[in-house]
Design a protein around this ligand. Structure first.
Ligand code: ARG
Length: 462
């Protein structure tokens, strides 16, 4: 394979060094973007008269047929090429001869690679937003079946106050909405054109960068050539968005693992998303959820990797920047796996409505409701808290529950409750508890229905 920089060199590059230096094994996935960027560049070179119209046409036509043939699998990238840019250029030369050498006029691989990655990432932001939207759709579908499904709400993983399952699931909906917002904002900063920066200082050729930006649908130009070829903040930002997204997915995954355990028994996962054990015949494991949780580690690692690569790099381009791609691609691939996997897991899950309700029985999770009741009778909240605390302590000592506390005991413990026993018993039910939380954003089924509709509309509106 002819090198792009052979003229200056006498000797051959060491084989091991080639393995270290060459990026084709991983940047090959950028070939479409590389050709797209080159077509725009060559078209502009023709339009500005830097190349003759015939030369530009010949190069563009060559790139177009090459793209079609690569797409159809009729040609392959030469394995011994240094990187995807060298590979595409050598295939073009095979087709159209030495004129292919004019394509690189007023361009460097430094601005070329930055352009390719931005084109790639722009499309991936869109594709990932679409995947997140689908997961959100599934959350809405499942939530719609569980407006009335009462379950324990937790703090410190202790029963705290009852909630409805739809409310719990919608919490994840909103987290994912913010992930979409973050990715969309990130896309805006990705979508800026570096091409024209050339190696680092710009070019003396009268190129038209706006022309290229319009062809490639970039929102704007990067205004500083040194910045354009040397920063990868857009990759770091994307990887940070991805890390936060994975953190959310990992929390949801953790809850699926917990809920699927016999101790909780809140959900039964479908056979299609679980796997067995090679030794224990009875096992059915929630591997999908565990892998989502586990893969969060590599996505965090990829963010750390890019930040570390960038830290302390002097301007402008340094070969260190070639290390931007593997963390990026790995994160994109991971998200494309885990988002649909989690969606399938949720869509096919069977929530154990009865078991969830049973879990709220005798768990003292309506103690706050009792305290609130006493406050309505005129007690200060602090005093009410103390009184209810004593009632709970009594119940625990005598193996009683709030719901089954008999009237005389209740009155003895709290004279304010005298003659109000039936009213009190009514407010101690978990149904009454969730029902009462009608504040906007609260867990009352009516409020959750409103919330669900707002969520639904927000999805339709984007
Ligand atoms: N493969 C290189 C990369 O990914 C392309 C840019 C090479 N530039 C250079 N001056 N050697 O960063």
């Amino acid at each position: 394979m002819r090198k792009l920089w052979g003229g200056r060199f006498d000797g051959e590059t060491d084989a091991l060094i080639l393995r270290l230096n060459n990026s084709l094994p991983f940047d090959r996935r950028l070939w479409r973007q590389d050709i797209e960027g080159s077509i725009a560049h060559a078209t502009m070179l023709g339009a500005t008269g830097i190349l003759s119209p015939q030369e530009a046409d010949q190069i563009v036509a060559g790139l177009q047929t090459l793209r079609a043939d690569l797409e159809a699998g009729q040609v392959e990238l030469p394995e011994d090429a240094e990187d995807v840019h060298a590979a595409v250029e050598s295939l073009l030369r095979e087709r159209i001869g030495p004129i292919a050498g004019k394509l690189h006029t007023a361009r460097s691989r430094n601005d070329q690679v930055a352009t390719d990655v931005r084109l790639y990432l722009r499309a991936e932001c869109d594709a990932l937003v679409a995947e997140i939207r689908q997961l959100q759709e599934t959350l809405l579908d499942v939530a719609a079946q569980h407006f009335e499904t009462v379950m324990p709400g937790y703090t410190h993983l202790q029963h705290a106050q009852p909630v409805v399952l739809a409310h719990h699931l919608l919490a994840y909906f909103w987290m994912l909405s913010r992930d979409v917002e973050r990715l969309s904002a990130c896309r805006g900063r990705v979508n800026r054109l570096p091409l024209g920066a050339a190696a680092l200082a710009g070019t003396g050729f009268p190129i038209d960068r706006e022309h290229v930006a319009r062809q490639l649908q970039f929102d704007m130009l990067l205004e500083n050539s040194l910045d354009a070829v040397s920063d990868r903040d857009f990759i770091a930002e994307f990887l940070a968005c991805a890390a936060i997204l994975m953190m959310h997915l990992s929390r949801l995954a953790e809850e699926i693992v917990l809920w699927n355990s016999p101790e909780f028994g809140f959900v039964i996962l479908d056979d299609s998303v679980t796997t067995g054990s090679s030794i224990m015949p009875q096992k059915k494991n929630p591997d999908v959820a565990e892998l989502v949780r586990g893969k969060t580690g590599r996505v965090y690692g990829n963010l750390t990797a890019i930040l570390t690569v960038l830290k302390g790099l002097p301007l402008a381009y340094n070969k260190d920047l070639q290390e931007d791609k593997e963390p990026l691609f790995d994160t994109v691939d991971t998200l494309h796996l885990v988002l649909p996997a989690l969606r399938k897991t949720l869509a096919s899950a069977r929530f154990q409505v009865e078991r969830m309700r049973e879990a709220t029985a005798g768990d003292f999770s309506t103690a706050t409701d009792l305290a609130d009741y006493l406050v309505r009778q005129g007690m200060t909240f602090r005093e009410a808290h103390e009184v209810v605390g004593r009632i709970v302590r009594h119940c625990i000592a005598h193996h009683l529950t709030l719901e089954t506390l008999d009237v005389p005991t209740l009155q003895a413990l709290c004279p304010t409750l005298a003659d109000r026993a039936s009213e009190v018993q009514a407010i101690l039910s978990v149904q009454a508890s969730v029902q009462s939380r009608q504040v906007r954003g609260g867990t009352a089924p009516q409020s959750v229905r409103v919330q669900w509709q707002v969520a639904r509309d927000s999805l339709a509106g984007t």
